[in-house]
Design a protein around this ligand. Structure first.
Ligand SMILES: [Zn+2]
Length: 272
């Protein structure tokens, strides 16, 4: 009887390991989350030693909640499978992560509490925001960067975005891509990404050039800056803009023709 029990326990353990390949990293996650919870409980909150202001006492206010994400940054993984991405995001040495991974079959994997800071944006800028990781949710779509996205994957993404928008009250214009906030470093999501479809559902801006007349002396770079782009590398910025808003023309040149200037002018007006 006892040996049967041992066998059963062994079987359960082996089955459990096979089912839970990430149980070890989940344990690390819980430990780290606990450490941050400890920091949240500190009264007063800790300041770096040499920057400590003269605080004469602690009086806890009764009125507060958690800081919320205000942007959603969309990525493609440029990897071969979700399994590869899960491994990448659970290895300490990679130093990269995201809140959500949406696989080709439409399954959604949550990898980090929305209130915590994932490491997905890297060196990036949108408007005057230079710490995109602190204020955003990162969503990775399993895609090699060279193929169209799967319809079931986009469906799942749309449901996820709807949830996030309602939960955190994220403005329409704040659904953007990694390539938008890091134009000189990143090209994701690719020109295959259906931004127009997303904008139709209220996730991100889209243009309407009906009756648009581009004013004399229109400054394209200034317009891109108003939209939010970091224009220090103007060639990369125009490429990023085209990839997002004019995907059919995103591989040709870095000039904007008259029609494309209308598109940019329209987006600029919607950004103001
Ligand atoms: Zn990315």
């Amino acid at each position: 009887m006892f040996s049967h029990l041992i066998l059963l326990l062994a079987a359960v353990t082996i089955y459990g390991c096979a089912q839970q390949p990430y149980s070890a990293t989940n344990k690390v996650y819980r430990k780290q989350a606990k450490q941050y919870a400890k920091i949240l409980k500190q009264q007063p909150s800790p300041f770096p030693v040499n920057e400590a202001p003269a605080v004469s006492g602690w009086i806890g206010t009764t009125n507060f909640n958690m800081r919320k994400p205000n942007y959603v940054i969309i990525h493609h993984t440029a990897q071969g499978s979700c399994d590869t991405t899960f491994r990448t995001f659970t290895l300490t040495r990679t130093q990269v992560s995201a809140h959500y991974v949406v696989c080709r079959d439409g399954s959604v994997h949550h990898m980090l509490n929305d209130y915590l800071r994932a490491w997905h944006a890297g060196l990036s800028k949108w408007g005057n925001v230079t710490d995109m990781n602190s204020g955003s949710i990162g969503i990775e779509l399993d895609n090699d960067g060279l193929s169209p996205f799967q319809p079931q994957q986009i469906n799942s993404l749309l449901i996820l975005l709807d949830t996030l928008r309602h939960r955190y009250n994220i403005p329409t214009a704040n659904f953007i891509g990694h390539g938008d906030i890091a134009p000189s470093r990143k090209v994701d999501p690719s020109a295959y990404f259906p931004w127009q479809e997303l904008a139709g559902k209220g996730f991100g801006l889209w243009y309407d050039t009906t009756g648009v007349i581009v004013p004399e002396g229109f400054n394209a770079l200034q317009a891109l800056r108003i939209v939010g782009y970091d224009t220090r590398d103007s060639t990369a910025t125009i490429k990023a803009f085209k990839r997002h808003f004019i995907p059919a023309d995103s591989t040709t040149g870095t000039n904007l023709d008259e029609e494309e200037k209308k598109i940019l002018f329209s987006i600029m007006q919607k950004s103001e």
